[in-house]
Design a protein. Sequence first.
Length: 86
Amino acid sequence: MNKRNIAFGLLFAVGLFLMGGFSLDRLGFHSDLIGILGTLMLIGAYLGFNWAKLKSGDHRTRVVTTWVISLLIIIIILNIVETVLS
C-alpha cells in the first residue's frame, strides 16, 4: 500500500472525527473551530486522493471540489454572523 494513500486516509479519518464539532440543537445549526478544521481536513484528503484528476482537468472533480469549498465558506460566514449577532 502506498504511504501517500495511508496519510490521506488518516487525514480523512481524523477530519471525519473532528467534524463531530458540528452540532444541531433546538436553536439551530452550530459549528465551532474544530468542526471547520475537520472539514478542511476532509477537503485536503479529497484533494490529495484526486490530485491527478484535478491536474489533468477532470471537470467532475473540479465541480465537486468547488461545491464543497463553497459550502465550507458559507458555513464559516454564517458562523461569523452568528457570533456577531449574539
